[in-house]
Design a protein. Structure first.
Length: 322
């Protein structure tokens, strides 16, 4: 075979290989899409994932299969997603917890920034501090005095590195309290633990505890964000009594790195359309979540900034994983 023929064949092979992602993107999606959720069914993250998936189905013409991979503060799900084929049929529900894990774990089996294509931010929200009625406190000031008194108080969370864990640890550090962490495999089990008396406190997404607040089974004392929640409007902002305290939560969608840019962009555009729908916005508002919707470039920039912001919060809270 001549050199010219060999070069021609080589060039053709390179062209075909280069064009494959384009062809894949043009036919995408042609089968169901897996959405990996890093926490159990029934929790705030799972509920939000289902709202978004339901909105995406008619836009993309495919069903979404939710794959709940709870455990290790979301690391199990993130590792599975990071090591999945970058073909546009596996996505991950990305959360502030995964940004926190960067600072908590020394040897993560994935790189949260580098190993993902960050598709779009879906929402931002703030947790609420709720306690068992068995605690002899009437308000946030009473609670601060109680945890500073030397009494041992157990607080539950959805796992190491979650917004619940970090929010409570920051609070405990800033007020000089004596709270002890009890991690669970998700927000829903942590709520069950509070109701069952295993723990006395959780810093939970409002959607996970609002029914129990209304029934009187648990007592809300403070909102972790910068403003009051429309769902519990009479509950004060923690930062009003603890200057400088503020923690927020967020969620989004990510894909394995090297997922074709065309697919990432199409998914991002679809998510933005879903979040603009009045019904979806209303459903998210019921969970005290503010819809966002962002481009891949915007979400990646946000994730990088969050990793650094949370790194400082972890330092303040003195949180570590042994």
């Amino acid at each position: 075979m001549s050199r010219n023929s060999t070069a021609a064949i080589g060039g053709a092979v390179l062209w075909v290989l280069a064009a494959l992602p384009v062809f894949a993107a043009e036919s995408w999606p042609s089968k169901p899409i897996r959405l990996i959720v890093p926490f159990p069914a029934g929790g705030s993250t799972d509920i939000t994932a289902r709202i978004v998936a339901d909105g995406l189905r008619p836009l993309l013409g495919q069903t979404f299969v939710l794959d709940n991979r709870a455990g290790a503060g979301g690391n199990i799900a993130a590792e599975v997603a990071a090591k999945s084929a970058p073909d546009g049929y596996t996505f991950l529900v990305s959360t502030a917890t995964l940004a926190t894990n960067v600072s908590l774990y020394k040897n993560l089996p994935y790189d949260f920034v580098r190993d993902f294509a960050h598709v779009s931010q879906v929402f931002s929200s703030a947790n609420v501090l709720v306690v068992s009625p068995s605690l002899p406190v009437a308000n946030l000031a009473d609670f601060i005095a109680y945890v500073k008194s030397g009494r041992k108080v157990l607080y539950g969370s959805g796992g190491h590195g979650t917004s619940q864990h970090l929010g409570a640890a920051m609070f405990n550090s800033m007020v000089g309290g004596n709270m002890v962490h009890v991690p669970y495999k998700g927000g829903a089990p942590a709520t069950v633990a509070l109701l069952g008396g295993e723990v006395q406190v959780i810093f939970a997404p409002v959607i996970e505890v609002i029914a129990h607040i209304k029934s009187g089974a648990i007592k809300p004392l403070g909102v972790c964000g910068s403003k009051r929640s429309a769902m519990v409007p009479n509950v004060p902002v923690i930062g009003d009594l603890v200057p400088g305290y503020e923690t927020t939560s967020w969620g989004g969608i990510a894909a394995p790195a090297r997922t074709p840019a065309e697919i990432v962009n199409r998914m991002s555009a679809a998510i933005v359309k879903v979040l603009a729908q009045p019904g979806v916005r209303a459903n998210l508002a019921e969970g005290d979540k503010e819809p966002v919707g962002s481009s891949p470039a915007e979400f990646r920039k946000f994730v990088v900034a969050e990793v650094e912001r949370i790194r400082m919060q972890v330092k303040i809270a003195g949180v570590r994983i042994d």
